[in-house]
Design a protein around this ligand. Sequence first.
Ligand code: NAD
Length: 454
Amino acid sequence: MQIINPATEELIQEIGEDSPDVILKKYQQANIAQSAWVAVPLTERIACIERFYALLDEEKDQLAETLTQEVGKPIQQSYNELNGARKRIEYFIKNSAKWLAEEWITEEDATREKIVYEPLGVIANISAWNYPYLVGVNVFVPALIGGNGVLYKPSEYATLTGLHIQRLLYRAGIPQNVFQIIIGKGTAGQALLELPLNGYFFTGSYRTGKYIAEHTASKLVPVQLELGGKDPLYVMDDIESVDSVAEAALEGAVYNNGQSCCAVERIYVQEKVYDRFIEAFVDKAKKMVIGDPLKKTTEIGPLSRKEQIDFLKQQVADAEEKGGTVLLGGNIAGSRGYYFEPTVVVNTNHNMKLMTEESFGPVIGIQKVKDDREAVELMKDTPYGLTAAVYSKNFERAEAVMKQMDTGTVYWNCCDRVSAGLPWSGRKSSGLGATLSYQGIRAFVQPKAYHLRG
Ligand code: NAD
C-alpha cells in the first residue's frame, strides 16, 4: 500500500497490508487478551488512558507533522485536532467510572436488584481519515476503558497516524494484544466483517456504513455508524452582524478543506440580508491562504484524496448547467498536489447535486429564502440528518426551526462543532447510535441484571 503526500504527490512510504490470515490471528490474540484485560481494575485501565493522554501532548509535534503529511490538513488544524482529542479523552477519564459503576436498583426488598455493566468483548473500530484522532478516540478510548479488546482499522489514508496511535497506547500500558491495528484498505475492513466480533463501530461514508450494517446484521451484535451529512446553515434576517455570521459560516464550510462530517454544506439566507451576506462571505473566502499545509499560516491545504477533485468539479459543473452562478473558485489550484480553490456558488436550487449530495470539499452553495417556512422545507429536504445550524438574534424563532430538524445535533449561533459531553449521533443516512457523552461510554458495555435473594 502506497502512502502518498497529497500536497506534493510524493511517496511517503510503502507498507504491507494485513492478509486475512494475519487479521484472524490478531483477532484470536485479542480474544484471549480481552479476558485478562477485563479483570484489570477499572482505575488501572483509566490510568493507561491518562498516560496516553499525556503522550499525545508530549509527542504533539511529530504527530501533527505526520497527520499533515499524510492527509494534507493544515498544520495548525492538526494541532487543534490533537488538542480536541485530548479534551475528549479527558471527558472519558473523568466520567467513565461513574457510568460504568454497578447500579443498585433496590437493596431493601426481599429480592435485591442491581445492574452490572460488562464489556461487549472484542470490537472492530473501522475508522475514517478526515479526523483520525477525533473519530478514533470516540471509539477506542471508551471501548478500552470499558474492558473491551479493539481491532482498530484506520483508514488507508491515515495509516501512519494509526501506527502512532498504537505505539502510544502500548507505551501507555495497554497490553499489546488487547489493542491491535489492522492495516489495509477496504478489503482489510471486509475481513473484519467475516470474524465473529462482538460489535462494529464504524466512521465513514454512507455507502460503506450501509454495507457493513447489512453484512453484519445476522450476527445480532451492536453496530454503530457515524456517517456523512449535508448539513444546512440558515441565516435569519435579524442577525446582529452579517460580517461575523459570514465569517463563522465560511469557517464551518472550509475548515479541514471542507472534509468534516459536520461541515456546513449548504447555506440558506433570508432575502433582507442576502446581498450583504454574499458580499462578506466571498470577500473573506478570497482572502483565505491556500498553500503548503506544513506552514502555520496556511488555511486551505490539498484535498486528501485525488479522486475528490473530479467529484467536486462535476458538482460545480452540474450546478452551472442548472443555472448556478460560480462567484469564486471552481477549479484546481496550483500545478502540484490535490488542491481545489474555495468555491462559492449562488442561484442554487435542489435539483443540483451541490445542494443535495455530500461535497466533502471547500465548495459551498448558497440559496436565498423568503421566510422560516421555506428555509425549514429546504433544510429538511435531504436523506441525511447529522447537524443543522440557525443564526438569529431571537432564540424562540431559532428554536422553532431547530425543533423541526430531524438531525442528531442542532446549533444556535454556532456550527461545525462537537462536544465530548453531548451525544454525537446522526439520523437517517447519517448514522445509527451515538458516541461521546455518557451514552458513548455505555455504548461499549452491556447490562447484566442481577436478581438476588438470600
Ligand atoms: P469510507 O467509507 O470510504 O471508509 C471508511 C473506512 O471503511 C476505511 O477505513 C475503509 O478502509 C473502510 N472500508 C471500506 N470498504 C469497506 C468494507 N467493504 N468493509 C469494511 N470496511 C471498509 O469513508 P472515508 O472516505 O474514510 O470517510 C469520509 C466519510 O466519513 C464522509 O462521508 C464523512 O462525512 C464521514 N464521517 C462521518 C463522521 C461522523 O462522525 N458522522 C466523522 C468523520 C467522517
